[in-house]
Ligand binder design. Structure first.
Ligand SMILES: [Zn+2]
Ligand SMILES: [Zn+2]
Length: 85
């Protein structure tokens, strides 16, 4: 079995599904990542001190994330901002 990529930031992998969102897609960053510069707000942030953009992403409940993927069974997700326009 191929290891699942958990984190695009530091390349962490896991041997199989663990029931968290990284089962479906790797997170941008995780607790093992060194601090990074946010693409959205240009500030340095980390899991210990996340920026405002990161908090917004993190506020999506896991059930909603899975519902998004369940809608059409693909990884093509329309950004919420597009739907609300
Ligand atoms: Zn990481
Ligand atoms: Zn940010």
């Amino acid at each position: 079995m191929t290891d699942l990529l958990c984190c695009k930031g530091c390349g962490t992998t896991k041997p199989g599904p663990t029931g968290d969102p990284t089962d479906l897609f790797p997170s941008e960053h995780c607790g093992d990542c060194p601090p990074w510069r946010c693409d959205g707000c240009e500030q340095m942030c980390s899991m210990a001190a996340p920026c405002d953009c990161w908090l917004r992403l993190d506020a999506i409940p896991l059930a909603d994330v899975k519902a998004l993927f369940a809608q059409d069974g693909t990884f093509n997700i329309t950004p919420i901002s597009e739907e609300e326009r």
